[in-house]
Design a protein around this ligand. Structure first.
Ligand SMILES: [Zn+2]
Length: 127
């Protein structure tokens, strides 16, 4: 940047983070009107910020749900769609329950493993 004003750089970030006051916005845009370097830099920042926002909230294509539902047998399709929209919380819990139960099973196995070890050790001591 040939315009080395750090002030405007921090203003750009404030504006893009939507934390700038109206006065600060006006100050920045007035400078951007006269400074090519800052205007180009601001546009680049704006583009990357928008790109990041889009990545943070990926939009599934509108056809995604439709395609998945179409691959289900017709009678289940209708039931799942209706049940899922009537019970969004239960649907979320059901989806979360699968990995949770796998973790629980894994934890139980570890406890059993320890008990077996203790039992074997106890038997070994007797003989
Ligand atoms: Zn400038």
């Amino acid at each position: 940047m040939s315009c080395s004003s750090v002030k405007y750089l921090s203003l750009m970030n404030k504006v893009l983070d939507q934390e700038a006051t109206d006065q600060e916005k006006q100050q920045l845009f007035e400078h951007l009107a006269s400074c090519d370097t800052c205007r180009i830099h601001f546009n680049e920042l704006k583009e990357s910020t928008e790109l990041l926002r889009r990545l943070a909230h990926p939009q599934l294509p509108a056809v995604f749900t439709k395609t998945v539902l179409e691959q289900l047998p017709p009678e289940k399709r209708h039931v799942i769609r209706r049940w899922g929209s009537n019970h969004p919380v239960l649907t979320t819990m059901a989806i979360c329950a699968v990995p949770m139960s796998l973790v629980m099973i894994g934890a139980r196995r570890q406890v059993h493993g320890k008990n077996n070890y203790v039992l074997l050790k106890g038997l070994g001591d007797q003989t």
